[in-house]
Write a protein that binds this ligand. Structure first.
Ligand SMILES: *[C@@H]1O[C@H](CO)[C@@H](O)[C@H](O)[C@H]1NC(C)=O
Ligand SMILES: *[C@@H]1O[C@H](CO)[C@@H](O)[C@H](O)[C@H]1NC(C)=O
Ligand SMILES: *[C@@H]1O[C@H](CO)[C@@H](O)[C@H](O)[C@H]1NC(C)=O
Ligand SMILES: *[C@@H]1O[C@H](CO)[C@@H](O)[C@H](O)[C@H]1NC(C)=O
Length: 431
């Protein structure tokens, strides 16, 4: 009798555990690969959406409000649902408009749906779009490899049509910004993990970097956990929207940090401190952006940085500058280090003297051909809305973790110091 009983016990145990694995698998983190498009320098991701699933190519927009994609043409899906005017998704999305009249018959993107303004932040064109939902499938991760693919049946997105200027193949943008319907917010609420995500952009167009939704570990070959030893700084809210079109009273969905001072080779760069603060109209301050390939500085800051950098490198032969840059050198005069060309380090001093965002050669210098290296900062003109926009080149091969619950940014500094890069996530699945 006893062995038989034992056998039943094992069987039912097995049934329960496999049942549990299929129905209650709750991912702790999710991942999307991100590839740098060589012609536009946009960071592009692919997400599987719709039924049947199709890969949808989107330009990554760190401060973007939500996912938007063209669904007015070639959109076939049995799981698409319009967000009807005055429904819960419309209020979650803070929509204030309703489109009842459609050109032609009701279809995805127009069927008594509430409206939002998808913002093409590359061209700065915002158009009217319609809120809806569809199924999204995305790989989970243990922080080391991709794990089982999980689905979100009613993932909110906006139909938009302003595709001009996006990387080839892209049909919209993936917004990771500070809203309740951005990708990080929807994924954390779908799987009840903390509102944390991290980006790690690759400097190479041949091997992808990654976005992690959820907390670490974030492991890169050979066995570096980029979520350890992060430096933290508060994320600052800009009370005025920085979008191309917005409703009065909207806050910015972008991520701002408090740069207090700029130093080059440990010397302060003289800049107008007023420009480093966000004023009541939302002007000034420092934000991080993935849609700007290079850091953009308000003109007086730009001029001061160029001068200080030139002075610090006065021994090296300069060459004619190559647009969009204003300071270029003959690279044969520069040494090389583990973290790129041997040039003066640029520090963004944050909440106090000890919290520095330090930029080394790999992130400051851009190779523009043969033996020419240029300082990868560009002139943002006079009176731009944001004084410092830290762009893609400056954040490549650095891991940035955005903790929305604690409103703080954790950053790793250059992963090249740890002999790895953002292209070193092991995308080979365990299963
Ligand atoms: C429009 O919405 C209604 C109500 O949800 C739905 O029954 C109908 O099938 C939709 N029509 C189209 C063409 O999507
Ligand atoms: C500093 O910048 C502010 C804002 O643009 C401007 O009003 C002020 O005149 C500037 N101060 C100096 C000394 O240039
Ligand atoms: C850079 O310097 C090297 C060695 O002096 C020289 O041969 C080369 O022509 C220079 N290149 C440029 C673009 O000036
Ligand atoms: C990547 O992960 C796979 C699956 O776990 C493993 O077999 C492989 O050895 C890993 N690659 C490296 C270089 O560690």
């Amino acid at each position: 009798m006893a062995p038989f009983f034992h056998h039943i016990f094992i069987c039912s145990f097995f049934l329960i555990s496999s049942f549990a694995a299929h129905t209650t698998f709750r991912p702790k983190a999710l991942i999307l690969p991100v590839t740098k498009d060589p012609s536009t320098l946009q960071y592009v991701t692919k997400i599987n959406q719709r039924t049947p699933l199709v890969p949808v190519t989107l330009t990554l927009d760190l401060g973007g409000q939500f996912m938007w994609a063209n669904c007015y043409t070639n959109y076939v899906s049995s799981t698409y649902r319009p967000a009807h005017c005055r429904s819960a998704p419309c209020s979650l999305a803070k929509s204030t408009s309703c489109s009842i009249e459609c050109p032609g018959a009701p279809k995805p993107g127009c069927n008594n749906t509430c409206g939002l303004m998808p913002d093409n932040t590359i061209t700065r064109v915002a158009t009217m779009g319609d809120l809806g939902s569809d199924l999204v499938a995305i790989p989970s991760t243990d922080g080391k490899n991709p794990g089982p693919v999980v689905t979100v049946p009613k993932f909110l997105f906006v139909c938009g049509s302003a595709l001009d200027g996006l990387a080839s193949g892209a049909v919209g943008m993936a917004g990771l910004g500070r809203t309740k319907i951005s990708l990080p917010s929807q994924f954390s609420s779908a799987f009840s993990f903390r509102r944390i995500f991290a980006i790690c952009l690759s400097s190479s167009s041949n091997s992808p970097g990654i976005v992690f939704f959820g907390d670490g570990p974030y492991r890169f070959l050979l066995n570096t956990d980029a979520s350890s030893n992060l430096i933290y700084t508060p994320l600052i809210k800009n009370p005025v929207s920085t979008a191309s079109a917005y409703t009065q009273g909207d806050a910015s969905s972008e991520y701002f940090i408090g740069v207090k001072l700029i130093r080059i080779n440990d010397k302060n760069v003289p800049v107008n401190k007023t420009l480093l603060k966000i004023n009541r109209k939302g002007y000034g301050g420092t934000k991080i952006s993935t849609v700007n390939p290079y850091t953009v500085l308000e003109r007086s800051i730009y001029k001061a940085v160029i001068k200080a950098f030139r002075d610090a490198l006065s021994g090296v032969a300069r060459v004619a500058s190559v647009a969009p840059f204003g300071l270029c050198f003959n690279s044969t005069g520069l040494g090389s280090t583990r973290v790129g060309p041997g040039v003066p380090q640029i520090d963004f001093v944050l909440q106090n003297d000890d919290v520095l965002w330090r930029i080394f050669g790999a992130n400051s210098m851009v190779e523009v051909g043969g033996d020419v290296l240029c300082l990868g900062f560009v002139d943002g003109g006079v009176n731009p809305m944001t004084s410092i926009v830290i762009g893609g080149h400056q954040i490549e091969d650095n891991l940035l973790q955005f903790d929305l619950a604690r409103s703080r940014l954790g950053f790793s500094s250059s992963l090249l110091f740890r002999q790895t890069t953002c292209a070193n996530f092991n995308f080979t699945s365990n299963n």
